[in-house]
Design a protein around this ligand. Structure first.
Ligand code: UD1
Ligand code: MG
Length: 449
C-alpha cells in the first residue's frame, strides 16, 4: 500500500465557541500536545505525510504546530463556514496535485487511530471510492446514520432527515472519510446545499458517488477514537481516555504503577521496563526514564532524563535539563534544573540544584542551594566526583568544588575549592563555659523588676 500516495485534509475552521477560549480550539492540548497535532501524527502514521489544513482563525499558530510533523503542510483559509464539504473544497489546490488516496479528518478528534485510517485506505486500494468511518452506539441521537445495503453504504442520513426506521439504526457517521483522489474533486463540487441549514454536507458524498456508479463502504471504529472535542468537559474526557490507554501500554511493557489513575503522562513520556511509579506523579512533556528506576509519590518531572535504577522523590521536582545518570538519587523537596547529576550521586533532602554539573558519587547535603542567578545572568556550579557538601550550604556560582573535596555544613562558598580540600565558609563557633546559666539568671532578675 505504501506505493499509493496519500493526502490528509484536516478540517479545523470551526469557531470552537463552546471552548470559551481566546485560542483556537484545535490548539488545546491532550497529553500536552495540541489536538490538531494528534490528528496530524495519526495521518503521518497512516502513511500520509502531505497534509492540507483548512483553517479559520489562528491559522498561523495552527500551521506552526503541524509543520514539524508533516512532510508537507499547506494551509487553506475557509473564509465562510458553509459546511464540511465546503471546507474540503477550500483545499482544492492540494487535491488537484493528484493523490491516490485522500483522508478527510477533523482537527478536533485527537484520539483518531492510525490503524483505522490504514484500514480505510486499504478499502480504497480494494476499489471503494468512498470509505466512511462509522461507530456503533446504543444512543445514536444527534449523529448521522449509516444506511447500508448488502455490505455497501447507500447513504448517510442526518438525524433530522431520518425516517422512524432509520433513526433506530445504531451505526453512526464518525465524520472521517477516505476518498479516491481521482474522484474527490468531481464529487465534492457536485454536493449541493439543498437542506434546512443551507450547508454543504460532506456526508452527501455517498449518494453523489453512488449516483456516478462508484462504490461506497463503511468501516467500523471504536466510538472513543472518533470523539470530537467541543467543550472543555469533552477535552477532559479525551484526556482521560488517552491517559488510560497509554498507562495500559506502559504497564504491559513492564512498568509498575501502584495507582495508575493518579499518574499523568505526556504524549512523549518514555519509561523503561522494571520502573516503579508510585501514586500522584506528573510527567510533563520531554521526560525519559530508563529501566529499573523508582519515581516516588508526588513528584513532578518535565524535560528531564532519568537514568537506569535512579530514585526520584517523594515530592521531587525535576525541571527541564535535569539529567540523572545511573543510580543517582533526588529525594524529597529537591528541585533540579539544567543539571547533570553523576552516577550514584545523592541529593536527598530540601535542595535547589540549578545550572550545575555534579560528579559521580557526590553527596549533596540537606538544604544545599546552588546560587545560580544574580538577577541578570545564570552561572554554573561544578561539583567534583565524590565531593561532600555539608548541609545548608550555599554555593555561589560560578564556583567549582573539586573531586573529593569537603564543604563544611552551613558554608557560603564563593571561591572554588580544590580537589580533596576542606572548605569552611562560615564563622568559627565559640563556646563559653557557664555563660548560659549567667545569662538566664540575669534575664530572670530583669523580668522580676
Ligand atoms: C459531523 C457529520 C455527522 C457526524 C459527526 C460526527 C457533517 C455534516 N456531519 O457533524 O454526520 O455524525 O460529524 O462527529 O459532516 N468544519 C470546517 N468548516 C465548516 C464546517 C465544519 O472546517 O464549514 C470542521 C469543524 O471545525 C470540525 C469538523 O469540520 O472540525 C466537523 O464539523 P462539525 O460542525 O463538528 O460537524 P458535526 O455537526 O459534528
Ligand atoms: Mg462535531
Amino acid at each position: 500500500m505504501t506505493e499509493r500516495s496519500c493526502l490528509s485534509i484536516i478540517l479545523a475552521a470551526g469557531e470552537g465557541t463552546r471552548m470559551k477560549s481566546a485560542s483556537p480550539k484545535v490548539l488545546h492540548r491532550v497529553a500536552g500536545l495540541p489536538l490538531v497535532a494528534h490528528v496530524a501524527r495519526a495521518a503521518v502514521a497512516a502513511g500520509s505525510g502531505d497534509i492540507a489544513l483548512v483553517l479559520g482563525r489562528g491559522a498561523e499558530e495552527v500551521a506552526k504546530v503541524v509543520a514539524p510533523i508533516a512532510a508537507k503542510a499547506d494551509t487553506f483559509l475557509q473564509e465562510q463556514r458553509l459546511g464540511t464539504a465546503h471546507a474540503v473544497r477550500a483545499a482544492r489546490d492540494a487535491i488537484a496535485r493528484g493523490y491516490d488516496d485522500v483522508l478527510i479528518l477533523f482537527g478536533d478528534t485527537p484520539l483518531v487511530d492510525a490503524g483505522d485510517l490504514i484500514a480505510a485506505r486499504r478499502k480504497l486500494a480494494e476499489g471503494a471510492a468512498v470509505v466512511v468511518m462509522g461507530f456503533r452506539t446504543d444512543n445514536p441521537t444527534g449523529y448521522g446514520r449509516l444506511i447500508e445495503d448488502k455490505g455497501e453504504l447507500v447513504a448517510i442520513r442526518e438525524e433530522y432527515e431520518a425516517s422512524e426506521t432509520e433513526r433506530r439504526i445504531g451505526f453512526c457517521n464518525g465524520g472521517l472519510m477516505a476518498v479516491d483522489g481521482a474522484h474527490l474533486l468531481d464529487l465534492i463540487e457536485a454536493i449541493g446545499n439543498d437542506n434546512a441549514k443551507k450547508e454543504y454536507y460532506l456526508p452527501d458524498i455517498v449518494e453523489v458517488a453512488r449516483g456516478r456508479g462508484l462504490n461506497a463502504v463503511a468501516i467500523e471504529a471504536e466510538f472513543e477514537t472518533l470523539l470530537g472535542i467541543n467543550t472543555r468537559v469533552e477535552l477532559a474526557e479525551a484526556e482521560a481516555i488517552w491517559q488510560r490507554r497509554r498507562r495500559r501500554e506502559l504497564m504491559l511493557s513492564g512498568v509498575t504503577m501502584i495507582d495508575p489513575s493518579s499518574v499523568t503522562l505526556s504524549h512523549d513520556t518514555v519509561i523503561g521496563a522494571e520502573t516503579v511509579i508510585e501514586p500522584n506523579v506528573y510527567f510533563a512533556p520531554g521526560v525519559s526514564v530508563a529501566g529499573g528506576a523508582t519515581i516516588r509519590a508526588f513528584s513532578h518531572l518535565e524535560g528531564a532524563t532519568v537514568g537506569p535504577n535512579c530514585e526520584v522523590g517523594p515530592f521531587a521536582r525535576l525541571r527541564p535539563g535535569a539529567d540523572l545518570a545511573e543510580k543517582a538519587k533526588v529525594g524529597n523537596f529537591c528541585e533540579v534544573k539544567k543539571a547533570k547529576v553523576g552516577a550514584g550521586a545523592k541529593i536527598n533532602h530540601l535542595s535547589y540544584i540549578g545550572d550545575a554539573v555534579i560528579g559521580p558519587k557526590a553527596n549533596i547535603g540537606a538544604g544545599t542551594i546552588t546560587c545560580n542567578y544574580d538577577g541578570f545572568n545564570k552561572f554554573v556550579t561544578e561539583i567534583g566526583a565524590g565531593a561532600f557538601i555539608g548541609s545548608n550550604s550555599a554555593l555561589v556560582a560560578p564556583v567549582r568544588i573539586g573531586d573529593g573535596a569537603y564543604v563544611a555544613s552551613g558554608s557560603v562558598i564563593v571561591e572554588s575549592v580544590p580537589d580533596d580540600a576542606l572548605a569552611f565558609g562560615r564563622a568559627r563557633q565559640r563556646t563559653l563555659p557557664d555563660r548560659g546559666r549567667q545569662l538566664r539568671e540575669r534575664l530572670a532578675d530583669q523580668a522580676k523588676k
